[in-house]
Design a protein. Structure first.
Length: 630
């Protein structure tokens, strides 16, 4: 690289003519400056044009340091004195390679000094002189650089985030104040965590983009933008999080998992950290586990009186399986913890198998699986059955082996609670069949299935009445009449960050395995048949439960459609004319084709060929004003 001179390369690229180069060299001899600086001073080319030309000619990448993450561990390898002398900036370490940005990639002396100082093989990139000087100021004086950003985020707010702190360890306010006044990068990460906790977030997403570092918090099930930090702080922030979580900061090519124990104010929290290599750097997701969530009682989760009574009956069974189903983030684990808190006692041996243990519960034996060493759900469950358990809680029934052992445990007199990822109670039966469980075994071991979702609650500070658009009501077959209870929505205020919602509540669908349901499962009945039978026997569907919460002013129709909409509830169409049908229609309003539905009085199955409910003799025509039967 030292064989060619800068001027020759610039002429070769066409950036300078021979006459311009001669003029620049003459000026350089009189001023005794560097050729690149003289060319810029004479206005013959800009710094960026020179850098881009060298990049093309030498095949060395050009980088913008304001949009490039810099790793603190790389900065530590080269002193500021060496960086300023040679106008270089260490960027990152990759195995035995040190990536650096250089203003003069033709400087053999710079290569040798940096290689000797670091002990690494040097991989160069080109940056402008101005950018390198700016970056040296930022990264070699990171404390003062970040202090300004931290002040902009929150002006000297006391951040009480203390790592690996157990409750009641005697730390006083002065200790916490000293912690908050620590290095700015520590304070920045603490601020990110404390703000998320203050907003009630369940997850923090640290997302590198092309131009910045985006921080988003998942609040009430939806992501909200929290902060937008400059790209150059990315390396420092992610390295700090990885250090806190005891991860390998040098490993950036593979996903990693870790945990951090913290206290924010009076709250003791567990943070589960996951990193994943992405196109613009490592993405970090921090799951916030608040022990208070494990203490939510069953009657505080949003169950109606009938639903709660059914749940009580199912969890008091002497043996069998109760499954809680729903998508990720629907509150299944919280429901299981609520059940365990409800039924735990000194007379019962309760053991859980989880991946990982989310919350610690007193009086319950909890085991965390470790796939890497062979401690799987199946092997742990098999061993646990020799530990004389009365009640077993399985984090998830995810494979045929675990499911089969759980079924056998239920048959041999144990009460088993677990979760599955399915959309409805009836769909869970299909999932069990797909896992290879024989129909007779499903019918004889399952006590009941609970499907659940979480809907956002209308903010009480800005709740106002409103009238939903006609099309929203039509989707669920609702007809508004005078005297009907009003609908509500949140207008948005500071208390709810302008969303109109604050907090979440559960909506539930419980399918007890009655004898008729067991008989249908045994003969391989379809999901639709099982669902219709369950509704005929009085099952309150997810949609109906959510609709009741809408009518009670707890949530909105918009939330109902966002969270609870299912094909069975809203996707039905008339088999003859394909007209879309809302929940509650007894016949196609267009062609009058007969459809099976339920009696609105007793929930028994009704055919549109009947005037009265065959079970309670309810006058069905009066329930559907303006409609007649063919």
């Amino acid at each position: 690289m030292g064989k060619k001179r800068l001027g020759e390369l610039l002429v070769e690229t066409g950036l300078l003519t021979e006459e311009q180069l001669t003029r620049a060299l003459t000026e350089q001899r009189s001023k005794r400056g560097k050729l690149g600086e003289v060319i810029v001073a004479l206005g013959l080319a800009s710094e960026e044009e020179i850098a881009q030309a060298l990049s093309i000619q030498l095949g060395i990448p050009f980088i913008d340091l304001k949009e490039t993450p810099v790793e603190p561990q790389a900065i530590e390898l080269i002193t500021e004195k060496v960086a300023r002398k040679h106008l270089i900036l260490p960027i990152s370490i990759e195995q035995r390679d040190l990536h650096i940005a250089m203003a003069d990639p033709l400087s053999f002396e710079a290569f040798e000094d940096v290689r000797f100082a670091s002990g690494y093989t040097i991989k160069p990139a080109i940056a402008t002189r101005t950018d390198i000087l700016w970056a040296i100021d930022q990264h070699y004086h990171l404390g003062s650089s970040l202090s300004t950003i931290v002040k902009d985020i929150a002006e000297e707010r006391l951040v009480e985030v203390v790592q690996d702190l157990k409750e009641g360890d005697g730390r006083d306010t002065e200790d916490l104040r000293k912690k908050s006044e620590a290095a700015p990068i520590i304070r920045m990460v603490n601020l990110i965590v404390s703000e998320a906790v203050e907003k009630g977030a369940s997850d923090i997403h640290v997302e590198p983009t092309k131009t910045n570092l985006l921080i988003r918090n998942r609040v009430d099930g939806l992501l909200r933008k929290s902060l937008e930090l400059p790209k150059w702080v990315q390396g420092a922030v992610i390295s700090r999080i990885k250090i806190m979580a005891k991860m390998d900061i040098a490993e950036k090519r593979l996903p990693q998992d870790g945990r951090i124990g913290v206290r924010v104010g009076a709250k003791t929290l567990d943070l589960r950290v996951s990193t994943m290599p992405a196109s613009y750097g490592e993405k970090v997701v921090i799951r916030i586990l608040d022990f208070a969530n494990a203490q939510i009682p069953l009657d505080g989760m949003g169950m109606g009186a009938k639903t709660l009574l059914e749940m009580e009956g199912l969890i008091r069974k002497p043996q069998g399986i109760l499954l809680v189903t729903g998508p990720t983030g629907s509150g299944k684990t919280t429901t299981l913890y609520g059940i365990l808190n409800r039924i735990k006692s000194l007379e019962r041996n309760i053991t859980t198998i989880e991946d990982p243990i989310e919350y610690e519960i007193g009086g319950v034996n909890q085991v965390a699986t470790q796939e890497k060493i062979g401690l799987t759900f199946a092997s742990t469950l098999r061993a646990m059955l020799r530990q004389d358990p009365d009640i077993i809680m399985l984090g998830e029934m995810r494979d045929p082996e675990t499911t089969t052992i759980a079924m056998q445990a239920a048959l041999t007199g144990h009460l088993v609670f677990s979760t599955m990822h399915t959309n409805s109670c009836a769909a869970t039966v299909t999932r069990l069949r797909n896992l290879g469980v024989p129909p007779y075994l499903i019918a004889s071991t399952i006590n009941g299935i609970v499907a659940q979702r979480l809907v956002r609650v209308i903010c009480t500070k800005c709740r106002v009445r409103y009238e939903p658009p006609e099309h929203e009501l039509t989707r669920i077959g609702l007809k508004r009449k005078k005297g009907d209870a009003p609908f509500y929505r949140g207008e948005g205020c500071t208390a709810c960050d302008g969303t109109g919602y604050r907090g979440r509540i559960g909506v539930f669908e419980i399918l007890p395995f009655t004898q008729s349901i067991r008989d249908m499962v045994c003969v391989d009945a379809t999901e639709t048949d099982i669902r219709q039978m369950a509704v005929a026997e009085g099952m309150i569907t997810l949609t109906r439960d959510a609709l009741e919460k809408v009518k009670d002013g707890v949530t909105t129709l918009k939330e109902l459609y966002r969270v609870v909409e299912t094909e069975e509830e809203f996707g039905a169409t008339c088999p003859e004319c394909n007209t879309a049908l809302g929940a509650g229609f007894v016949m196609c309003p267009s062609c009058g084709h007969s459809l099976i539905n339920t009696c609105p009085s007793c929930q028994k199955m009704v055919s549109s060929e009947w005037k009265f409910c065959p079970y309670c003799r309810h006058d069905f025509l009066k329930s559907v004003p303006g409609r007649s039967f063919a």
